[in-house]
Each structure stands twice: as C-alpha cells, then as structure tokens.
Write a protein that binds this ligand. Sequence first.
Ligand SMILES: *[C@@H]1O[C@H](CO)[C@@H](O)[C@H](O)[C@H]1NC(C)=O
Ligand SMILES: *[C@@H]1O[C@H](CO)[C@@H](O)[C@H](O)[C@H]1NC(C)=O
Length: 394
Amino acid sequence: MDRISLLPDELLLRILSLLPTTKDVVATMVLSQRWLPLWKLTPKLVYDDSYQNIEYGKFSRFVDRSLILHEAPVDTLHFKLVQNSSAADIGIWTAIAFKRCLRELNIEFSPSTNPVTLPRSLYTRCTTLVTLKLKSVTLVDVSSLPSFPTLKTLWLVAVKYPGDEFVKRLLSNCHVLQDLLVALFPSDNVTVFTVRVSSLKTLKLGRKSRKVKDGFVIDAPLLENFDIYDIMGGFCVIENDMPKIVKASFYVTYSQPGKIMSCITSVKCLTLCLSTSKEVYPVGTVFQNLVHLRVCTCETEWVNLLLSMLRGCPNLQSLKLFQCRKLPAPKPRPCLKGSTLVPGCLSSSLKALRWVDYEGREEEKQVADLILRTGSCLKKVTIFSKATDPNRET
Ligand SMILES: *[C@@H]1O[C@H](CO)[C@@H](O)[C@H](O)[C@H]1NC(C)=O
Ligand SMILES: *[C@@H]1O[C@H](CO)[C@@H](O)[C@H](O)[C@H]1NC(C)=O
C-alpha cells in the first residue's frame, strides 16, 4: 500500500473534503480498495451541474445515485446550478439528504438562469436545519410557514420573495437566528425588508435597486456586527438601540445617517462611507469605545465627516483612510475651515494612521498636515499614494 493509504479514515476524509465537488470525491473510489468505500462517508456533498460540461441527464443521474449510495450522515449539501430543470429534482434530492440528518443546505443558482421556484415542501423539511443559504431562487408563499427552531445562519442572496409580509413572517419564525445576510436585487418584490429578530448577532444587508421608497426596518437588540451597503437612497429605521454592537460598517447614501449612528454608540470598529456629513450623529453623542475608525475618502463631504467623527471619539487609536470605489469625475471638495477646533483624540489617543490611495488633493494635504502636526501620540504612520500603491486595498 502507498503511504497515503495507510493514513486513518478521518485524515483521508479531510483530504476528500478539499476536493471541489462530489464528482471528484466519488472519482477517488477507483484509486484503490482503500479508497473505494471512503466517499460514502464524506459529510459534505457538493454538486455542480456546470462542472466539466456534464450533460444535465448525466448530472441528475449522478446526483440520484450518489445520494442513494452514500452511507454516512450528510452534514452539508451544496448545489451550484445553472440549469433551471434541476428545480424539479431539488425536492427529491433534499428529501433524501434530510433523512441523513442534514444540517446545512446551500442552493445556489446562477444569476443568468431563468427564475427557479423552490418546492413548497422545502419549508417543512428545513425545520431541522442549522444553516440555510439561498441564491438566485424564488420563494413561494405558503399559508402557514413552519418555525425554524434550530436555524442559526440564513443567507438570502438575490432571492425573489412573495412580498414584504412574507419576509416578516419568515424571519419572525427563526427564534435562534444569529447570522443573517441579505442581498436584495431589483426584482426582489420587496419594498420594506423587516428584520425583527431578538437573537441576531450578525446582520449584513446589501441592496442594489433604485426605488426610493425601499428601505429596511430593524429590531435586533443583541446585534454585535452590523453592515449595510445601500447606495441608491432609501432608508433604514432602527426600532431599538443595539448596545452590544462591536463592529459596524455603513456604505450608505441615507440623508440622515445619525438615526443609525445614535443606536450603535458602543461600537469599537467602525467603517464609514457616507454621502453626507450633516448630522452624522446626534449632538452630544460620544463613541467611548470606538478605537478603530475607517473613513472612505470617495465622497465629496469626507473631510467634514472625518472631523465630526473624530470629535465624537475620545479614545480613538487607529484611523484608516481609503477609497472604496472608483471616483467619479472629481468634484471640488470642501477644505478645512481656517480655525478648526482640533479634535481631542488626535493629541491624546491616536496611535496609528494608515492612508491608502492618497492622491495629494488639497483637502487631503490639509488633513494629513492636521493629523501629523497635532498627533502627539502617533507611533505609526503609513501613507500609500494611489499611483505607487502596489496592493490596492480597501
Ligand atoms: C425553465 O425556464 C424556461 C424558460 O423560462 C421555462 O419555460 C421552464 O418552465 C423552466 N423550467 C422550470 C423547471 O422551472
Ligand atoms: C409581490 O408581492 C406582492 C405583495 O407585496 C404579492 O401580492 C405578489 O404576489 C408578489 N409577486 C410575486 C411575483 O410573487
């Protein structure tokens, strides 16, 4: 026997888990007698109908057979599909996997596939899942949605919904949900996306649509990590404070960002790309815990935004300035006013400045000058100019 074959099953299964799809895993059975039974014990099954240009009939036969012959509990079942004919088969395939203690289900269609509606039966089966990730699928309404008592992670990317009410019901049936990722696309059929989940710890929201009425309503009092990417207008209403927030990032064009900022005053790491510098947070608000701040220099108002943030963060230790997207034709940018009140953190706590994509514009020079002149605790300053920076980062 070769040396690899002498390794214990667990280690060989680890090696198999590194292969891209179940097709590769099953192919290892021809290696030797030692490998022959191993694929049936892998806890993760990944099926990709565009892999190696397989014809759909052959693909679906392969999935059928491998699911039936597989012997161990299926921890994770992952479909990456481009052909909408597979919608019909998904019900059966998942039914088999659910009998094998499925914990994580990931159904991912290609965005170019004709809309694929998931079978209704999936809702009742999903009640034992811990993780559910859906991409580019259509959900149908059912009169009584079951609850999902074990679901901790839910990702909904480019999903089409049966309306706003459905979204509310779906999420209110997830009583232990901790991690929610939602990316909305123009044809999502949702106007206001409501997230009221008291167990939620991580929430990532993104939206790519242009409807001004659109927005988010959030009530997640235990939230720790909060990201919003929403640069087409709209709104976000937060119904209750979120005193446990540690990390947040907002890339938004909301006209009143202060409404969100006033709910996250416990934040330690904050990234901001805001289109306005007015009323960034309510007067008197102090971000006592904020030690790492990142501010994007793309928006016209970034200097004022930076200064108002610095004034509200008495304990800031590190500041990073960066560009998050390609700048449109540069508009004139407001510079620092003659006698600027120097924010206290610059001389009392700021230890590190990292500036990526520095372009040497007038307002940038002024900010650099202000920080270097007054930063009496600064220990580390790194500035990369846009032209010479070899590893652009954001
Ligand atoms: C796949 O897409 C075509 C074209 O839109 C449609 O006619 C067909 O019903 C779809 N099939 C399934 C199973 O959804
Ligand atoms: C879109 O949502 C509305 C309710 O907001 C619902 O009545 C309608 O059926 C949904 N359309 C589709 C295609 O699901």
